[in-house]
Design a protein around this ligand. Structure first.
Ligand code: EPU
Length: 420
């Protein structure tokens, strides 16, 4: 028995949709909260299964969790115990690796299994580990688990060979109580990093420069609780904006920070998408005669790799040849095979997809091989003639808050079924 998502295409979307709190910020903010000596209240927590899995890990660590209302979480780490994290939830998501930095920062020691998450090709964590080592920690990998310990964490200058989001945040957390100053050079600049730094600073940390490529962390002795509201999810926002460009009569995507979406919005403008950008929303109207574009994924503020897959079905509707070059995860093209099954004309060479449009898409049985592949298939399903049946929906539920309900509210014909 498994749950599938079914979409009958060709229903024009109309209305407004409110974007939830950022998944990739949330999955770092929750582990960051354990660095406090008292309760941390987080507002705007999205309803996604990654949050549930992080909650299981918090409970394993004896951290007290209280859900307040619809989207508030109070995380009280007062009685936290530094237990080895061999819980099955560790392998359910990639972001469980943030417990490495957070536990190391708080206890100077952490043991945990290999993190899991979407398969997008190899996803090493060598830069995280090198960062911990630079702070004075010893890293061992024994019997499928990392054991990281330090007598004393001492501030250091750390240059990241790649501007990694995860390594930047993990080192920031590990260095929070280190002796003296840590400097992360070639740090990643994603908005989620600023959000985590802002929360840590509200807790009493001394983090400067988040959002630039040099971040300094001056170690402090103690962090206290705080209240923090998560930034809107720029990837969920981008996904709904692309959906609207593909299938809207008129859709307002609300609760967004347009500056976080500039690379996407400029590509959509180039394609001729009919849209109007407001201070915290975008209005997208029915768009015709879409033009092809070339996209290269880059770290922020370049075009986000997480929006490359959702963009592909829209490009199948543009007249001419579009090119997507993936530079962050060169194997992130599993969605193309599924889209081909639905009628897309896509040629793949390593790290690059050539999309020839326009192609009529037809509903079929397809599989969400990873989270953003799932989002791409939902968009394709909205465009397609007939019914699209998406398998392995759990990937979508890891990162999209109530996607089917939000789409139903916009007039989509989308439902779940349990099948043999
Ligand atoms: N990399 C290394 N070594 C490391 C770390 C990263 O070689 O130690 C490489 C990666 O293999 C990749 C590049 O550096 O080629 C960038 O990876 P990064 O560390 O930035 O990725 P991440 O932190 O693991 C986060 C998001 C991803 C998003 C990338 C974009 C979270 C939990 N995940 O991953 O989100 O694609 O940044 O850089 O924040 C998603 O939401 O669907 C998703 C996969």
């Amino acid at each position: 028995m498994q749950e599938v998502l079914k979409i009958e295409g060709k229903h024009l979307l109309k209305g407004s949709v409110k974007i939830s709190g950022s998944k990739n910020a949330t999955v770092a903010l929750i582990p960051a909260a354990i660095l406090a000596s008292g309760p941390v209240t987080i507002w705007g927590v999205p309803h996604i299964s990654d949050v549930g899995h992080l909650g299981e890990l918090l409970e394993a660590l004896n951290v007290h969790l209280t859900q307040v209302g619809d989207d508030q979480l109070i995380i009280d780490p007062t009685n936290i115990k530094n237990i080895a994290l061999d819980h099955p939830a560790v392998t359910k998501l990639r972001a469980s690796y943030y417990f490495m930095g957070a536990l190391l920062g708080r206890f100077k020691s952490v043991s945990m299994k290999m993190p899991g998450g979407c398969y997008l090709g190899p996803r090493p964590i060598d830069l995280h580990l090198k960062g911990f080592e630079a702070l004075g920690a010893k890293v061992e990998f024994k019997q499928g688990a990392y054991h990281i310990t330090a007598d004393q964490l001492i501030g250091a200058k750390i240059y990241l060979d790649i501007a990694s989001v995860g390594a930047t945040i993990n080192i920031m957390m590990a260095a929070i109580h280190a002796l003296g100053r840590t400097t992360i050079e070639n740090a990643a600049k994603e908005p989620e990093i600023i959000d985590v730094a802002n929360m840590l600073n509200k807790m009493g940390a001394q983090v400067r420069g988040a959002g630039t490529n040099v971040i300094t962390i001056d170690g402090v002795n103690n962090l206290h609780g705080c209240i923090h509201e998560i930034i809107p999810d720029r990837i969920e926002a981008g996904t709904f904006i692309i959906m609207a460009a593909a299938a809207a009569e008129e859709v307002i995507v609300e609760n967004i920070i347009p500056q976080h979406l500039e690379s996407l919005l400029s590509k959509l403008q180039e394609m001729g998408v009919n849209m109007k950008v407001g201070p915290d929303h975008v209005i997208i109207r029915k768009s015709e005669n879409l033009k092809p574009v070339d996209i290269q994924t880059l770290s922020y503020p370049g075009y986000a790799t997480d929006l490359q897959q959702p963009m592909t079905p829209l490009l199948t509707q543009a007249k001419g040849k579009s090119i997507i070059k993936e530079t962050i995860y060169v194997e992130r093209f599993k969605h193309c095979q599924e889209l081909q099954r639905m009628g897309a004309d896509i040629n793949l060479i390593p790290a690059t997809a050539f999309i020839n449009g326009p192609s009529a898409l037809f509903g079929d049985k397809v599989t969400a091989t990873d989270l953003r592949c799932g989002a791409a298939l939902v968009i394709a399903g909205l465009i397609a003639e007939g019914v699209t049946e998406i398998h392995d929906v759990y990937h979508i539920d890891r990162g999209y808050d109530n996607i089917d309900q939000k789409l139903k509210n916009l007039g989509a014909n989308i439902w779940r079924e349990t099948i043999e």
